[in-house]
Design a protein around this ligand. Structure first.
Ligand SMILES: Cc1cc2nc3c(=O)[nH]c(=O)nc-3n(C[C@H](O)[C@H](O)[C@H](O)COP(=O)(O)OP(=O)(O)OC[C@H]3O[C@@H](n4cnc5c(N)ncnc54)[C@H](O)[C@@H]3O)c2cc1C
Length: 619
């Protein structure tokens, strides 16, 4: 057990993290199996790849064919005048880094040098007025504007459409990284949207507060990106998802500055706040947000537990959510992920090995565990010493009633320290030809077991159909009143008979399709982007899509703001828009409501034969 330290994040604070253009994290940081003796045999057994063999590294940056940027002189001048020439860049590295996020498709294509539609210019405004100036200049030039936070999204939320002929401006919000004010009475803080997780927490921690939002991408993602994708963090069970944490917003839009006041609740018609949440840069650029903050907890502990089966662990998580304890983390891995976690453990000392063997023997002989079916869980507690003690007791009773047991704080501490390193493993596997990715969803407690069975069953069936070696594993990562998030990780060794990305796409699509077929959502916290757009209508129904389309097209008729994301990928043909009368200085005069029909631009229906008369209804 350890107490939260105010300097917890100091080690990873960077103002502008130097993200790799081809992978996760900083150049010079990489995953290694050298200290994990069980990983090589595990991967060999399940994916038929020997990770000791050196793989295929990405191309060198110098080998990339970076196309020339196209920025009209008037726009270039206006941007330089607004920001200073030092904050306007068409450098190849800047353009490549800002072109995409970090989805598997993004990384594979980057590594191969398939760069797609790069932004022509990357700008780094230093405040809200400069963001507005960039937007004004870009709209006046009919350019495309794509807000960029940390570039960590994995849903294709950043890449400009391949067919885009207009100038593409990437607005990097990284200089807007300050906590502007804290209201201790309201327990809220106003924070600039470009603040990365570590910088944001460090500023809050220094004054005794925390936001409590810790996605696994924490080190490389920003407040604005979290808001624009409806992110969720490891401790969201206690603090809430970013959608719950966000009260007020300031957004630079084509109609002027949108201001959502940070009131605790409101009855002002459909929620504009909610419209901005998850809008992926399609309605404007979030410049700052007022978010809930909490006093740093006196105590913070993550305990490890083992359950005999997946069914028992799901039942325990459901009962914990229904009970009166409110742990900060509820996470449990299925047997496949539990085995993977054990395989990535560092080499242990002889004493640790003995202890671990004694525990396994106890579980098998005394508790009747099948070690292959066992599930590893982490449950976190935060607050005063008294509160933590009482919650541990209450949760402990539920765990025991489902046949589980606590294995102490060391596994939880290790998990807590290492969680931000785990993403590096994807690049390590890609180097060796293995494609690994994630798909996550949320479903009611009553459907969770079936969603899990359907998805894992479908993934394994697809591995067999494709003739690839594959592995699929899952954990429950966030619990709610009515259900939970299931987070699936899968990896395949491509067959060599087809394009590897095509085989990957078959697996990914099968999993996504199984989500919606099983009554679950297309994504719990990774947004829609382009990669999930195909399933939107099945998730929110056709009228739902029509509403979203009407909002986006009605508010941004020129499709200047991050076009192609969320719904556009579904449109049969592009809609011609009028760019006249851009009015950034006053009320939204140019924003006129358009009917859904106008947006969909449906062709005239062909004349139909007269319908058959309907039979009379049966009484
Ligand atoms: C290894 C890994 C682990 C991850 N773990 C998690 C996790 O635990 N939880 C989670 O929720 N997600 C996770 N993600 C996904 C990703 O980190 C989130 O989607 C995150 O919210 C994106 O933030 P960003 O700042 O990187 O945004 P970007 O990737 O830069 O942008 C994402 C979208 O938001 C828009 N946008 C960015 N900033 C603004 C702004 N200021 N105003 C308007 N629009 C804006 C962009 O235009 C784009 O459409 C993970 C991703 C990776 C690669």
């Amino acid at each position: 057990m350890y107490s939260a330290s105010r300097s917890r994040f100091r080690a990873v604070v960077r103002i502008f993290p130097g993200m790799k253009w081809w992978g996760w994290g900083d150049e010079g940081i990489a995953f290694t199996d050298a200290d994990k003796p069980d990983l090589r045999p595990f991967i060999l057994r399940h994916l038929e790849v020997d990770i000791a063999r050196s793989g295929k590294p990405p191309l060198a940056f110098e080998e990339l064919a970076v196309p020339a940027a196209s920025v009209a002189p008037d726009l270039a001048e206006a941007l330089a005048a607004a920001l200073g020439a030092g904050h306007v860049s068409s450098e190849p590295m800047d353009r490549v880094v800002h072109a995409r996020g970090k989805s598997l498709r993004d990384l594979v294509r980057q590594r191969r040098g398939e760069l797609g539609r790069l932004p022509d210019v990357v700008v780094r405004p230093g405040g809200e007025a400069e963001v507005e100036a960039v937007l004004r200049a870009a709209l006046a030039a009919d350019a495309v504007v794509i807000p960029f936070g940390g570039g960590s999204n994995i849903s294709g939320s950043l890449e400009a459409p391949a067919s885009e002929t207009r100038t593409v401006v990437s607005i990097d919000l990284g200089r807007l990284d300050r906590v502007l004010s804290i209201d201790p009475g309201a327990r809220t803080a106003e924070v600039q949207a470009g603040a990365f997780g570590p910088a944001l927490e460090e500023q809050l921690n220094a004054r005794g507060w925390t936001l409590g939002h810790f996605p696994d991408s924490f080190a490389y993602s920003t407040l604005g990106g979290w808001i624009a994708t409806r992110s969720s963090g490891m401790q969201s069970d206690k603090y809430g998802d970013i959608a719950d944490l966000t009260r007020g917003l300031r957004v630079a839009t084509p109609a002027g500055t949108l201001v959502i006041r940070p009131v605790p609740s409101t009855s002002t018609g459909p929620s504009v706040r909610e419209m901005v949440l998850g809008s992926e840069g399609r309605l404007g650029i979030v410049t700052s947000a007022t978010v809930h903050v909490h006093r740093l907890p006196a105590e913070r502990v993550i305990l490890g537990y083992l359950f005999p089966t997946w069914a028992a662990s799901l039942a325990a998580m459901r009962d914990i959510a229904a009970g009166d304890a409110s742990p900060s983390v509820t996470r449990v891995s299925d047997p496949a992920e539990t085995q993977f976690s054990f395989a990535t453990k560092k080499a242990s000392s002889p004493v640790e090995r003995l202890k671990s063997k004694a525990l396994m023997t106890y579980l098998e002989r005394r508790r009747g565990f099948d070690l292959e079916a066992m599930c590893l869980s982490f449950i976190g507690y935060e607050g005063s010493e008294r509160r933590v003690r009482s919650e541990r007791r209450r949760v402990g009773r539920i765990v025991s009633s489902h046949g589980g047991l606590c294995i102490g704080s060391s596994p939880g501490e290790l998990y807590d320290q290492k969680k931000f390193d785990t993403p590096y493993i994807r690049d390590f596997l890609l180097d060796r030809g293995v494609l690994g990715d994630v798909s996550e969803t949320a479903a009611p407690w009553s459907a969770l077991g079936a969603v899990y069975d359907n998805v894992t069953g479908r993934a394994r069936a697809v591995f067999a159909e494709l003739g690839v070696h594959g592995y699929v594993m899952c954990h429950l990562s966030h619990s709610y009143h009515s259900g939970a998030c299931l987070y699936f990780t899968f990896a395949i060794t491509p067959s060599g008979k087809r394009e590897p990305l095509d085989e990957y796409a078959v697996v990914k699509s099968a999993i996504q399709q199984e989500f919606v077929d099983s009554g679950a959502t297309l994504s719990h916290h990774h947004a829609v982007g382009t990669e999930h757009a195909e399933w939107l209508e099945q998730d929110i129904s056709a009228p739902g899509v029509a509403m979203v389309r009407a909002l986006l097209d009605g508010f941004d008729p020129g499709r200047n703001l991050n076009p192609g994301k969320i719904v556009d990928a579904l449109a049969s043909e592009p809609v011609e828009r009028d760019h006249e009368a851009v009015n950034l200085d006053g009320p939204s005069r140019r924003i006129v409501a358009e009917s859904v029909n106008a947006v969909a631009a449906a062709p005239e229906p062909a004349p139909q034969p007269a319908p058959e008369p309907k039979p009379a209804p049966r009484s």
